[in-house]
Write a protein that binds this ligand. Structure first.
Ligand SMILES: C[S@@+](CC[C@H](N)C(=O)[O-])C[C@H]1O[C@@H](n2cnc3c(N)ncnc32)[C@H](O)[C@@H]1O
Length: 442
């Protein structure tokens, strides 16, 4: 552990409860994302390497997520405020994290006093291996920004990537497909996500659970048949009744999947891309079905087991590839949920790193994979049975076009489903951007 710790800091690390330590930790995570790693994996690696305690984990995570939501403006400002890209590269990641705390956003209060952020960023630069010599640069850049903040923020608003904080191709694509909603889609994607719960209807009711929350002084609203949104996010272990299986964490859009299948007791159901098991669990809460939960990622099967166990539910959890048939016993299914792999472009507010990790051509490759999955699954559905295509994407190539193509099948009847749900945050109408297409085998 000590050996890894020295790989971020050259000598004595700043105190773990200092902002300097937390900025350095967040910069380390941002560095890994720049190298192609997902932010949750990057944070986990940083936490392990630095042996970070629970309080600092939350703070580092908060800065790193915020940095992802403001990376466009931070990179723009670094470009404006320096002659050459600061080297070593770690300086750019540190500055990006500092700018994430300094740039004003939607009139929200800043988490730290600006001069505290500057001083602590300088402390972090002094401590991080290889950046000590540039601590003067960090100081100069950040102070220059603060001196002329209004002008710099105006410049940010004149550059599309800096203003919206998405790659240019992403902005162009949202604008092309959603000419009337593109600004609200991009805006929602930059907001911190709500904590939405799905009430386990086998154990309680939304009204009963809401009353329980109110008794504990927690504000919340019912926003869907089983969906409750907390006014302020909480760590899962502090959500009343979570460990006892009264509720699960699930966005409201994701909660719309299971009811679409109109499940009845005794039905044989396949969840073909099941991990971590959110929609599997919801289906099992709604009816006494015989569920096979399949996923090709062996290590993600553990999450399905854990979720089902916590909720007191059971299913046959199988490791297998939904493009193949070696996992199948030959008995046809009454219903199939195909929550196919996608770019996750509809859940950007929960995963702000995704926009920087994805490439424009990913959609095409993902669509090819999901078409193969759907083709294979259709052969495993009984006549009269239903197949629900789901994605958490807003790119038509992965979702709408996929379902439209499927509708050409001679033996498929398209049923009503939601189609493309756009990410929305408007009063109680608050959900991610998912797609649903429903088909019956004729
Ligand atoms: C969007 S996630 C599913 C989320 C899940 N349905 C839920 O609600 O919790 C997609 C899943 O598909 C799995 N997957 C990707 N390709 C697959 C394949 N060829 N066969 C089976 N599962 C696959 C991934 O491992 C991932 O867990």
């Amino acid at each position: 552990m000590a050996k890894q710790r020295t790989s971020l800091f050259s000598g004595q690390a700043p105190a773990m409860d200092s902002l300097a330590f937390r900025l350095a930790g967040a910069a380390d995570a941002v560095r890994q994302v720049s190298a192609g790693r997902s932010l949750p994996d990057a944070l986990q690696a940083t936490f392990t390497a630095l042996n970070v305690d629970a309080a600092s984990r939350g703070a580092i995570q908060d800065i790193a997520y915020n940095a992802m939501r403001k990376l466009g403006s931070a990179r723009f400002l670094i470009g404006k405020l320096t002659k050459y890209p600061p080297a070593p590269e770690m300086l750019q990641h540190l500055l990006a994290c500092a700018f994430a705390l300094l740039v004003r956003h939607d009139n929200l209060p800043l988490r730290y006093e600006p001069f505290t952020t500057v001083n602590q960023a300088v402390q972090a630069a002094s401590a991080i291996r290889g950046t000590a010599k540039a601590k003067g640069l960090v100081n100069a850049v950040l102070r220059h920004f603060l001196r002329e903040q209004d002008q710099f923020e105006q410049m940010v608003n004149q550059d599309e990537v800096a203003q919206w904080n998405y790659p240019a191709w992403w902005i162009a694509r949202v604008r092309k497909h959603y000419p009337n909603q593109w600004q609200s889609i991009l805006t929602v994607g930059n907001q911190p996500p709500p904590l939405t719960l799905r009430v386990n209807q086998r154990r309680t009711t939304p009204e009963g659970y809401l009353e329980n929350l109110h008794k504990k002084g927690l504000k919340a609203d019912i926003i869907g048949p089983s969906a409750i949104r907390l006014s302020r996010p909480l760590p899962v272990n502090q959500i009343p009744g979570f460990m006892e299986g009264l509720v699960s964490v699930q966005d409201y859009a994701a909660q719309m999947a299971a009811p679409l299948l109109d499940l009845k007791d005794g039905m044989r159901v396949l969840d073909a891309c099941a991990a971590p098991g959110g929609k599997s669990a919801h289906m099992l809460e709604l009816a006494d079905i015989r569920l096979t939960a399949l996923d090709c990622e062996k290590k993600r099967l553990k999450m399905i087991h854990e979720n089902l166990h916590r909720l007191g539910l059971s299913a046959e959890v199988r490791h297998g590839d939904a493009t193949l048939s070696d996992w199948w016993d030959g008995t046809l299914f009454d219903c199939i949920l195909a929550d196919v792999p996608c770019s996750a472009s509809g859940i950007i507010r929960r995963h702000p790193d995704i926009r920087w990790l994805r490439q424009p051509e990913d959609s095409h490759n993902l669509a090819t994979l999901s078409a193969a999955i759907l083709e294979n699954l259709w052969g495993k559905l009984r006549k009269g049975g239903k197949l629900l295509i789901a994605t958490c994407s807003i790119w038509p190539e992965e979702s709408k076009e996929q379902a439209d193509f499927f509708a050409f099948r001679a033996d498929a009847k398209r049923l009503d489903a939601f189609g493309q749900l756009l990410p929305t945050f408007d009063g109680l109408n608050d959900h991610d951007g998912l797609f649903y297409g429903l088909f019956q085998k004729t």
